[in-house]
Design a binder for this molecule. Structure first.
Ligand code: AMP
Ligand code: MG
Length: 397
């Protein structure tokens, strides 16, 4: 088993084949969580004009302290049509255009209004409470870099800079195909030997969260013709994710039928627990993942291998899962041959994140996995990781 690929080697083989999809125009309203394919540049100086940071009076700083005549009042959204002359002040709202001739805004709390005049007791400095034109960003400068995921803050930045649409890699289209004669949908009665189909939903939800557009296909039985028909359809997508049927049993047909349909296998089996019999291949630009049928294996295989591909197809520059550091709260024996991902409950403490492995780590135990918030990475090797050992973990979200 020493010749099995490591997780990192297998991830590399996937990412080598997962370049960004062609870019398309995306209106900002539909761009949340999308990934920028090109840098987005400001259409305007931001702010577009010198604007007031306070409700107060626009003044000439060198006329403070002093008594000034209120010449006009400027609300936000009004153009400043007249310049401020010596001896004058103009009432101004937050966001109002600071008129030519004024170089500071005195907040309303610092003045005394006397009829049509204001009395300013203290001196203020030139520039006080004025947001200069272009002080946030200048027209033509990059607001958001290529490869960035469009978070709410970045969407706001793009909108404020006057950008109505952006270029993003097309969202990957993914087909999910559960395989197994024994699978029934929840709600249907179970005959002897049958179980409920779980992987289709797990994988569809994971794919959508990663940014793919998903087609969840009905489960196919372990029958070559059924596999062929369903896989032919699935191979029209950018990414095919099957579950089940990739082990060594006589009913494990996925790899064989895929080969007949022109899928070139890149690897089969990785040194990971759970999920060892994962298969990966390509047909032209379509990436084809065969995840094992045990639901926890499918879940883990997705996180390690499929999700990075989905992110890479969208142009994320560092698509691999990002582990955090925490501490085990119980000793954990290492597997001598395979790196292991252990389901754990995550607790925050004053000493940082604590990870408590769940009882029941077998790969069919999806119900117990419902209690897990994290996958703890336990590197293969001899002996154990002791109570309190520092470990890498991934949040399950
Ligand atoms: P396989 O990889 O096809 O040998 O399946 C391994 C185990 O996972 C078997 O016990 C299957 O019944 C179970 N299994 C396969 N597919 C699913 C699925 N979609 N949902 C739940 N369990 C499954
Ligand atoms: Mg099966």
């Amino acid at each position: 088993m020493a010749d099995l690929l490591s997780i990192a080697e297998a991830q590399q083989l996937v990412l080598e084949r997962a370049g960004p999809l062609p870019a398309e125009n995306v209106p900002l309203e539909g761009a949340a969580r999308r990934v920028l394919a090109e840098p987005a540049r400001a259409e305007i100086d931001l702010p577009p004009f010198p604007s007031s940071a306070m409700d107060g009076y626009a003044v000439r700083a060198d006329e403070t302290p002093g008594r000034l005549r209120i010449e006009a009042r400027i609300a936000a959204g009004n153009p400043a049509t007249v310049a401020l002359e010596p001896g004058q002040a103009m009432g101004i709202a937050t966001g109002g255009v600071v008129p030519d001739g004024a170089d500071a805004v005195i907040p309303i709390e610092y003045v005394v209004e006397l009829g049509n005049d204001i009395e300013i007791a203290g001196a203020i400095e030139s520039g006080d409470n004025v947001r200069p034109r272009g002080g946030d960003i200048r027209a033509g400068e990059v607001v958001v870099e290529a490869g960035s995921v469009l978070t709410p803050a970045r969407l706001g930045a793009l909108a404020a800079a006057g950008i109505p649409q952006v270029r993003c890699a097309r969202r990957p289209r993914a087909a999910v195909l559960p395989t197994g004669t024994e699978l029934r949908r929840p709600g249907e009665p179970l005959a002897a030997g049958e179980i409920y189909e779980a992987n289709g939903l797990i994988l569809s939800a994971q794919l959508e969260a990663a940014g793919a557009v998903v087609e969840l296909m009905p489960a196919v039985g372990d029958d070559e013709a059924a596999h062929r028909g369903a896989l032919e359809h699935a191979l029209g997508a950018d990414v095919v994710v099957t579950s089940g049927g990739v082990s060594v049993g006589p009913h494990d047909l996925v790899r064989r039928v895929e080969a007949e349909l022109g899928v070139e296998e890149v690897f089969w089996r990785v040194s990971v627990k759970p999920g060892k019999p994962i298969a990966f291949g390509v047909r032209e630009r379509t990436l084809v993942f065969g995840l094992p049928g045990n639901p926890v294996s499918a879940l883990v295989g997705f996180v390690l291998f499929v999700e990075p591909a989905i992110r890479a197809l969208q142009g994320v520059p560092d698509p691999l899962p990002r582990f955090d550091r925490g501490r085990l709260v119980a000793a954990r024996r290492r597997n001598p041959e395979r790196d292991e991902l252990v389901r754990a409950r995550l607790r925050r403490s004053e000493d940082g994140p604590l990870l408590e492995p769940l009882s029941g780590q077998e790969s069919h135990m999806i119900a117990r996995s419902a209690g897990a918030d994290a996958l703890v990475f336990v590197p293969r090797g001899d002996g154990e990781l002791g109570d309190g050992a520092s470990v890498d973990y991934l949040r399950l979200e």
